[in-house]
Design a protein around this ligand. Structure first.
Ligand code: FES
Length: 254
């Protein structure tokens, strides 16, 4: 007998109010949420929009809110959603009027990423996210950093920033309550990337100083309210909140 999983999915057309639609998807062993979304798109509505690329938790495209917990759809197993332990003290996330008859025990609720405007269905506007990311200059500059044939780095120095390099720019850490209320906040992603380059021994003082200057503004590190929700939801263990703390401690004058 085929077991079917029920889904309650956030749907929205541009310039229209959101609504929630119900779907049933036949379960396959090891099925991910992303695969279930493909089924819905193939069998119910080819206009259903969501982002993905790698299907392997690398590209960061498939971030969405699954049962009120922002996660990567490609890495989340359908069969495990209801039994998975959620991080503690997640903020209340509201996207639209969830039907009052949502059965939390049996129906998986799919919604977009928090604190970004839904454009269509699960696709959100990420322009502010990328704008803030660019503002912290998260790259090497050849004129500063490539003075040798190779930019060498010791094993220890590489290890000290390795967890920050794992950031896949999925935007899940924008679950931060500060992003909900302050549209100018650089956000945990950009600040974690800033730390990744500030702390990189291959970055020269001028470039490092420019990054520190940018994140020192009121909308940067000082805007962080130390909720550490970013640490708890990050699917890659980057710990953006800790990175922000480290910038505060090591580079910002009190
Ligand atoms: S599809 Fe690339 S991270 Fe999920």
């Amino acid at each position: 007998m085929v077991i079917k999983q029920k889904f309650l999915v956030f749907r929205k057309n541009p310039n229209e109010s959101p609504r929630y639609e119900r779907y049933e998807v036949p379960l396959k062993p090891g099925m991910s949420i992303l695969e279930a979304l493909f089924y819905i798109q193939d069998h119910y509505d080819s206009n259903f929009a969501f982002r993905y690329a790698c299907r392997g938790a690398i590209c960061g495209s498939c971030g969405m809110t699954i049962d009120k917990f922002p996660q990567l759809a490609c890495r989340t197993q359908v069969a495990a959603v209801k039994s998975a332990k959620k991080p503690p003290k997640l903020p209340e996330l509201t996207f639209g009027d969830v039907p009052t008859d949502w059965n939390e025990e049996t129906e998986i609720l799919i919604e977009p990423l928090p604190n970004m405007d839904p454009v269509k269905d699960l696709v959100v506007e990420m322009e502010p996210f990328w704008k803030f990311y660019e503002e912290v200059q998260p790259y090497f500059k050849r004129e500063y950093n490539d003075v040798q044939p190779e930019s060498l780095q010791s094993y220890e120095d590489a290890r000290s920033i390795e967890h920050l390099v794992y950031c896949i720019l999925c935007g899940i850490c924008w679950t931060c309550p500060v992003n909900a209320t302050n549209i100018n906040y650089l956000g945990p992603t950009a600040l974690a990337k800033a730390h990744r380059f500030i702390a990189d021994t291959r970055v020269d003082d001028e470039h490092r100083g420019n990054i520190v200057k940018r994140v020192s503004n009121d909308d940067g590190v000082p805007a962080c309210e130390k909720h550490f929700i970013c640490n708890r939801v990050c699917p890659k263990g980057v710990k953006p909140g800790t990175a922000i703390q480290n910038i505060r401690k090591e580079y910002l004058t009190p």
